[in-house]
Design a protein around this ligand. Structure first.
Ligand code: ZN
Ligand code: ZN
Length: 88
């Protein structure tokens, strides 16, 4: 009886600790990665708004890629890496 009770308590504590760690991890990710580029649409997959790093073509007018497309889709021109959502 006594042993069983101790075990339950231990498990509960472990769960709580993991929950807090998960929360911290999520906050960290949100802070450094999830920048929302309002009114900017990806010209390949048409995701809008672009979340994360935005890639703006230096040659084409009004041509933007999201992080995923920049990695996977070929484009002839260089991109400007934009992390600040206030840029146009
Ligand atoms: Zn895209
Ligand atoms: Zn281009």
């Amino acid at each position: 009886m006594t042993n069983e009770k101790k075990q339950t308590k231990g498990n509960k504590l472990k769960c709580k600790k993991e929950g807090i760690q998960k929360l911290f991890k999520e906050i960290k990710v949100q802070k450094c990665k999830k920048i929302v580029h309002n009114r900017v649409e990806c010209d390949n997959c048409h995701v809008a708004p672009i979340i994360g790093i935005r890639y703006k073509c230096l040659i084409c007018r009004n041509f933007d890629f999201c992080e995923k497309c920049e990695n996977t889709v070929e484009h002839a021109h260089a991109f400007l890496k934009i992390r600040d959502s206030k840029q146009n």
